[in-house]
Design a protein around this ligand. Structure first.
Ligand SMILES: Cc1cc2nc3c(=O)[nH]c(=O)nc-3n(C[C@H](O)[C@H](O)[C@H](O)COP(=O)(O)OP(=O)(O)OC[C@H]3O[C@@H](n4cnc5c(N)ncnc54)[C@H](O)[C@@H]3O)c2cc1C
Length: 241
C-alpha cells in the first residue's frame, strides 16, 4: 500500500504522467508484471509486483519455506532492474515489501464425495492473474444456496443436486483456473503466439475476460433445477394458476 501523495510526488520528480496514480495500471515485462489500483477513494494505491521463475514447468514450493516473508527494497528493485521509470519510481515508494509465494491447485477430478462438496479455493485455488478466485468461490456459494435453499431439497435428492453442482460448476471453475495461468503468460510476454507484441497483447486483453465477467450463473441454476425436475413442477404450478 503506497500513499498516493507520495507516489504522485515521485512521479512528478521523474516527469511521469501523474494520471497513472489515479487509474488502475498494469506494467508488463518479461517474466514480471506490476498491478496498481487506487483504493480508499484514491488516498492509497495498492501495488502487487509479480516475478515468475519459469525454469521449471511444474515448480513446487519447498515444504519448509514460509509462504510469506519480509524482503528488502533492494531485492525487489533488483528483480525489476531494467524496467521503466514509472514502475521503478513506484517500487521506490515501498521501503519494506513482503514476498508472497503464489500457489494454485491442479484441476480436480471431482468436487463432491457423498454428501461433502468442496467450494472456493479448496476446490479451485488459482493464480490471481484474472482477479477471479474469490468470485468463483462466491459463484459456487450462490449456485448451491439457490438449490439447497429450495424447500424441495431433501436427503434423498441431495446426491443428484450435488451431482449437478459438480457437472455445471467444475468445468467452468477449471476453465478459469486454466485461463488464469495463460493470462499470466500473456502479461509476462510469454504467450507462445503473442510473445512481446504489445499491440496484440492490448487487443487481446480488451475482450479476454468477457466470457468470465458475463457468465450467466442463473442459467446454470436453471439448468440444475431442470435436472432436478423442479422447473417442470413450477410450470405445472403456473398452469394451475
Ligand atoms: C495476491 C492475491 C490476489 C488476489 N486477488 C483477487 C481478486 O482481485 N479477486 C478475486 O476474486 N480473488 C482474488 N484472490 C483470490 C481470493 O483471495 C481467494 O480466491 C479467496 O480468498 C478464497 O476464499 P475461500 O473462502 O475459498 O478460502 P480462504 O479465503 O482461504 O478461506 C478459508 C478459511 O478457512 C480457514 N480454515 C482453514 N482450515 C481450517 C480449519 N481446519 N478449521 C477452521 N478454519 C479453517 C482459513 O483460516 C481461512 O480463513 C487473490 C489471491 C491472492 C493470493
Amino acid at each position: 500500500m503506497v500513499d498516493s501523495l507520495q507516489l504522485r510526488e515521485a512521479f512528478r520528480i521523474k516527469g511521469i504522467d501523474e494520471h497513472l496514480v489515479d487509474v488502475p495500471q498494469m506494467y508488463l515485462g518479461l517474466d514480471g508484471h506490476i498491478l496498481t489500483f487506487p483504493v480508499r477513494k484514491g488516498r492509497i494505491v495498492n501495488v502487487v509486483a509479480f516475478t515468475s521463475d519459469r525454469s521449471q514447468p511444474e515448480p513446487t514450493w519447498p515444504a519448509d519455506a514460509p509462504w510469506v516473508r519480509e524482503a528488502s527494497q533492494r531485492e525487489m528493485l533488483d528483480a525489476f532492474a531494467g524496467w521503466g521509470d514509472a514502475p521503478r519510481a513506484l517500487l521506490g515508494c515501498i521501503p519494506a515489501p513482503t514476498l508472497w509465494a503464489l500457489h494454485d491447485l491442479p484441476e480436480l477430478p471431482g468436487y463432491v464425495h457423498g454428501r461433502v462438496a468442496l467450494i472456493g479455493d479448496a476446490a479451485h485455488a488459482m493464480l490471481p492473474h484474472q482477479g477471479a478466485g474469490a468470485g468463483q468461490g462466491l459463484e459456487d456459494a450462490y449456485f448451491l444456496a439457490r438449490l439447497l435453499g429450495d424447500s424441495r431439497t431433501e436427503t434423498g435428492n441431495l446426491p443428484e443436486l450435488l451431482g449437478a453442482y459438480d457437472d455445471l460448476r467444475r468445468p467452468h471453475a477449471c476453465r478459469v483456473q486454466r485461463t488464469t495461468v495463460e493470462t499470466g503468460e500473456l502479461y509476462e510476454l510469454r504467450d507462445p503466439i503473442v510473445g512481446a507484441d504489445e499491440q496484440l497483447v492490448g487487443e487481446i486483453l480488451a475482450t479476454r475476460f468477457d466470457w468470465l465477467w458475463n457468465h450467466d450463473l442463473d442459467a446454470d441454476v436453471a439448468e440444475a433445477r431442470l435436472r432436478m425436475g423442479w422447473e417442470a413442477h413450477e410450470q405445472i404450478a403456473l398452469r394451475q394458476g
